[in-house]
Each structure stands twice: as C-alpha cells, then as structure tokens.
Design a protein around this ligand. Sequence first.
Ligand code: SF4
Ligand SMILES: [Zn+2]
Ligand SMILES: [Zn+2]
Length: 308
Amino acid sequence: MKCKICGESANIKLDYCGLKLCKPHFIEYIQKRVKRTIKRYQMVRKEDTIAVALSGGKDSQALLHILKQIYVDSNKLIGIHIDLGINDYSQESAKFVRILCDELEVPVHVINIKEEYNFTIDNAKKSKKIRRPICGICGLVKRYVLNVFARKYKADVLATGHVMDDEVSVLLSNLVNGNFEQLIRGGPFLPSDDVSMVARIKPLYEISELETTLYSHFNNIPFIEITCPYDVKATVSSYKQVTNKLEEMQPGSRYLLLRNYIKIYKKALKDYNTEIQQELCYCKVCGGPTIRDICAFCSLRKKMEGNE
Ligand code: SF4
Ligand SMILES: [Zn+2]
Ligand SMILES: [Zn+2]
C-alpha cells in the first residue's frame, strides 16, 4: 500500500474516500480538513482570540495541537480546563492538559469549581437534592463555567473537541426524539446571541474519532486514557452503534448526513425557529443569560449550598 501523495509506504487507508496516506501526509491531511471546516462555516475571524476547552481527552488535546499548527505564528490561542472535582480523574486530566499546553506553549487557565463555586461534581453525585443524571449536571456546569471564563479571558470564540461520531449520534437522537430546538441550534458554529455569550465552534465537526485517535498517536500527543467513573453513555451509545454500523456499510454516510443537515434541514427548520424563540433575560443572581428568573446553574448552586 503506497501513499497517494509521496509514493512511500502508507500507514492508513481512509475507507470513506479510498485515500492511502503515510504518517506525515495523514497529519497534513487532517490539519487541512480542519482548516477547511473553520473556513467553510466562517468560525473564526482574523482578529479573534480562540479559547480551547480542554478536558485532557484525546479529542480536545488533538484539537489544540491542530489549531496550534493552523495558527502557528499567532498567540491567539488560550486553553481552559475545568477541574470538576471528580476524585483522581480530575487530577489526571489536569496533568495531561498542562503537559500539552507547556509543550505547545499555549497559556492555560485551570478553573477549580470547588474554589470558584464551592461544590464539586462528586458532591453533586452524592447529593440527595439532585435528581438529574450526573452527566446532565456536569454538562450544565461545563457550559456555564466555560462561557464565564472564556469571557473573562477575552476570548471571541470557544472551541470544543466534538468530533463527527458524537455529532452524528446526537443528530440521530434528536431526530428520533423530535428535539426541534436542539436541531435548530445544533451544528458546528453557534454564534453568540448576546454579549454575555461567547460564540461556540466545533472545528473537528468533520473529523472522525478514529482520525483524532490516529492523529494523536502519530504526533505522540499526551491524553488521559482512563474514563470518568460516572461515564455510562447508555443512550447515546446505542445511536453511536447505529451510525457506526451505517458508516461501515456505507462509508462516508456520516459526513453526508451532517452536511445535508446543515445545508438542507437546518435551513428548512428556520421558520419554526422564529415561532419557538423565547425572549432572553438575565439571571437575577449572576446576571448571565437565561430564559427564567434564575439560571439553571445558579439554581444548581443554591441546591448544593451546605452539601460539602
Ligand atoms: S462522563 Fe459525565 S460526569 Fe464524567 S466528565 Fe463526562 S459528563 Fe462529566
Ligand atoms: Zn506520503
Ligand atoms: Zn445565574
């Protein structure tokens, strides 16, 4: 098997396009595709500062590495990592984030939620006052804290490491469950609706998990390999299994599904959007954007008071 670009021995064959590539050309190919995604969806303006949400996992670590290659001469990148207070897992995650940021010379801010908000995800998991699944709570905390600190550090956009596999399975789940609001708001670029919200981008939207794994290995990118103790992935994984099977039977179908969702279906749903749009107001406690009097994060914080 020979590399299509240089004719040397190839390390990988991409089933969805039949391309055979050696290590250096695969790395170059992934960086070019991410660059194309950023351009295609107009995610970043020339003057923007990008905050990268770093969990310590392979996808966000690969994302930072790729962005650093794309924006090689600029100092427009900053890393943000949230210490969620999940026992050893959080300590390990922070370790890998710091190693990579040091290596790439990217400034990183580690936000400890215990210090900032006086509770941890471990506390929330144990609390009898919290009924929602812990990953839902954790997602809420991450969204809120990332937005607050991306603004604090003057970022224009917040980049997350969501890859194609996750995006397709979430899309299928939203279709099956009729989650119209999520279908309308989904996609690789969520512009800011208000000055209090930082725009969100997903530069790995068209890159698969397998590709980020290979990219990480080929570049010796350090990442945490243990999973979070609360990781159950029950519902999403069934959708992921289906979309993986579809990809296996029809290579390239996941990419097509995402492209058609953005190009055709999302546009068609726009009319519906105007009907369901709720007026944005500001949280009475933190001043952040919400559709209620008190935002979901401040309600959670209130419940967690006294829950050490
Ligand atoms: S698995 Fe759940 S609790 Fe653990 S980090 Fe992910 S979202 Fe948070
Ligand atoms: Zn080559
Ligand atoms: Zn609030």
